[in-house]
Ligand binder design. Structure first.
Ligand code: MN
Length: 393
């Protein structure tokens, strides 16, 4: 059988203070087209359907329309919650809509049962924290005491899957949204995943031993973890400037059995965004000039501009006139370089006269000394303040 694996749609996300409604709509259509064109029998969405636990109405509407259109096309969709989702809200009506082939696991409850599609078991594991697994384990009469972190939590849940009769009978796919590591080596991250620091969240990829394919969500760059069959599909959209260089894709998985052995193949299909997210670097003048060379469509892209002018004026407004979807402006000039080198005086000599102090301050702030005419202005101003100001006091 064949299926498409994606994750981290983050519906409701904004870029440049603008909801990405058109972008997400374009993306979901592309996703549906791919499932149909590749003759896939299912779509897997491995968590973070929404950007937030309280998603915008437009995002909820979009998701509603999407799963309805998939049900109408008789394409099963297998969904788990992610850390950005509210599992409870995501799974409203889930028993009911499962009748239409849309399977949503928002929260861990009851005995684990696979969804069987075309002879393959899909085990849907919602995003869980150790505390969720502990209370689930007690309800199930399992040893909750073994759960001391994410790794042991997932291990306990998956052991119950592995112990079932169904597990031994057919290929098994696990769908999960976790921070999966390889002997402590972390996946390549970006800054939009909301990870906590340290190793507490780590789930070693060996926790998924025995599964023929593990469809992961959470990390936004597509990559394997530990073995080829444990994969992050990555987010289809570039959700922050740290993802600009990532090649976004959907993953198409093929599972077949030959001579009693399960074979798993996958290929990455590049995502075509409605609007790209680009990094542009140069002086404001050069940036504006190059933007003017672009066609109307390209100018709608999201832009992270790195501005190199030493004394930039009105940067954001000037850039926004040519790139309305300017997401971020960063400076790389004498000031930021001086700051980076931390050329701060060890201590300020209060005995120095005010004018000398101002010269040092100016140098620190701008990375260059005062020009002669500027120095003249400053000393005149100080003289005026010190004499006239003194009178006023
Ligand atoms: Mn995410």
């Amino acid at each position: 059988m064949r299926f498409v694996h994606t994750s981290d749609l983050h519906l409701g996300r904004k870029l440049a203070q603008m909801p990405l409604e058109q972008d997400c709509k374009y993306l979901l259509q592309q996703l549906k087209d791919l499932v149909e064109r590749s003759e896939s029998q299912a779509l897997v969405v491995a968590g973070d359907v929404y950007e937030s636990q309280n998603p915008a109405e437009a995002a909820v509407r979009m998701w509603d329309r999407f799963i309805t259109s998939m049900a109408e096309a008789h394409i099963p969709v297998l969904v788990v919650s992610g850390n950005h989702d509210s599992g409870a809200r995501l799974s409203v009506g889930s028993d009911l809509i499962a009748l239409s082939g849309i399977h949503i696991a928002g929260e861990l409850e009851g005995t684990l049962k696979p969804v069987v599609i075309d002879g393959v078991n899909f085990w849907l594991i919602p995003f869980v924290r150790p505390t969720d697994v502990r209370s689930w384990a007690s309800e199930q009469g399992l040893d909750a005491g073994s759960v001391i972190n994410y790794d042991t939590a997932l291990r306990l849940v998956l052991d119950t899957a592995r112990a079932t009769e169904a597990f031994g009978q057919r290929p098994n796919v696990c769908v999960a949204h976790q921070f999966v590591t390889n002997s402590g080596i972390k996946p390549e991250q970006s800054d939009s995943e909301h990870l906590s620091l340290g190793t507490l969240d780590n789930v070693d990829y060996r926790v998924f031993d025995g599964f023929d394919y593990v469809a992961l969500g959470h990390i936004h760059g597509p990559q394997r973890m530990g073995r080829d069959e444990v994969r992050y599909a990555g987010s289809p959209l570039k959700l922050s400037s740290s993802e600009i260089r990532q090649n976004k894709s959907f993953t198409v998985i093929g599972i077949s059995e030959r001579d009693g052995e399960t074979r798993v193949k996958f290929r990455l299909v590049p995502v075509k965004p409605l609007r790209d997210f680009r990094l542009e670097r140069g002086s404001v003048e050069d940036l504006v000039a190059s933007a003017k060379q672009e066609d109307e469509h390209a100018r709608e892209d999201f832009i992270h501009a790195i501005v190199t002018d030493d004394d930039p004026v009105d940067v954001t407004a000037r850039l926004r006139r040519v790139w309305p979807n300017l997401e971020q402006v960063e400076f790389d000039n004498a000031i930021t370089r001086a700051a980076a080198e931390e050329k701060l005086p060890a201590e300020i000599d209060l005995e120095k006269n005010m004018i000398d102090l101002f010269h040092e301050f100016f140098q620190m702030q701008t990375g260059k000394p005062l020009a002669d005419d500027e120095a003249k202005l400053v000393s005149d101003a100080f003289e005026k303040v010190l004499t006239e100001g003194g009178d006023a006091a």
